[in-house]
Design a protein around this ligand. Structure first.
Ligand code: TYD
Length: 228
């Protein structure tokens, strides 16, 4: 099995889709049901990757171009995979990660205008065989997501939008479409979650999807292999 004996679940989607809230809620439910859960995020999640996170989100790397940013995301991801994700999966844990490889495909690949061959080559090195068992794509119109992200920023007293939040609405819409394209191409791994609904309704659907994967991880992997 590519990701060891545990279960690797990633959350993806645009800004303000509620990923952080939902991933926390899922972790609580799984822990209450007796699972050993690692809750992590990207960019970051390991000391090496957290050091790179600030460089990326502050916009300090922006002047060096999207290629440089993509390589930095990949460097951070590889450190995170080898230091946190792979060890967690090897010891049978459920690893929940807020953003992972699909964010690079979408943000750096599609809206960063980098060739998909370049992105996929970087990904191979970054993930080194660790592919998510299940990816939940939280989907909502870009405008609604940005409004939520801005409200959250103001309420939390944040300094302002980060490097990626600052971009135009049109760019955010393109990202939404790109996430939906990934889900359409990889239906066994990905599940689109309608994030316009009430928080409790979304949380219940996510628990159900992940619970199924925990009950039948092998079946999901066989289906994936047959699809390739
Ligand atoms: P973060 O503050 O963690 O917020 P959120 O996930 O709630 O949006 O910001 C992460 C930002 O980094 C986000 O705008 C997406 C971007 N990003 C990429 O561009 N590429 C990547 O590979 C990853 C993991 C994130």
């Amino acid at each position: 099995m590519p990701s060891g004996t545990g279960l690797f679940v990633t959350f993806e989607g645009g800004e303000g889709a509620g990923k952080s809230t939902q991933i926390r809620r899922l972790a609580e439910v799984l822990r209450a049901r007796g699972h050993d859960v690692v809750l992590t995020r990207e960019p970051g999640g390991s000391p090496g990757a957290e050091a790179v996170r600030h460089v990326l989100l502050s916009g300090a790397a922006e002047t060096f171009g999207t290629r440089m940013e993509a390589i930095l995301f990949a460097a951070a991801r590889n450190d995170h995979v080898e230091e946190v994700i792979r060890p967690g999966l090897s010891s049978g844990k459920v690893v929940l990660c807020d953003r992972f490889m699909d964010s690079s495909r979408v943000y750096q690949g599609v809206t960063g205008n980098l060739e998909s061959e370049f992105i996929e080559a970087l990904q191979r090195v970054a993930i080194n065989g660790i592919v998510p068992d299940c990816t939940l794509i939280l989907d909502l119109p870009a405008k609604a997501g940005l409004e939520r992200a801005r409200r959250r920023g103001a309420a939390g007293g944040h300094a302002g939008p980060d490097r990626f939040e600052k971009e135009e609405l049109e760019t955010h819409e393109k990202r939404r479409e790109a996430f939906l394209d990934i889900a359409a191409r990889e239906p066994d791994r990905c599940r689109v979650i309608d994030a316009t609904r009430a928080e409790d309704v979304i949380a219940a659907e996510i628990v159900e999807v992940v619970w199924q994967r925990l009950a039948h991880p092998a079946a999901a992997k066989v289906a994936e292999a047959a699809h390739e």
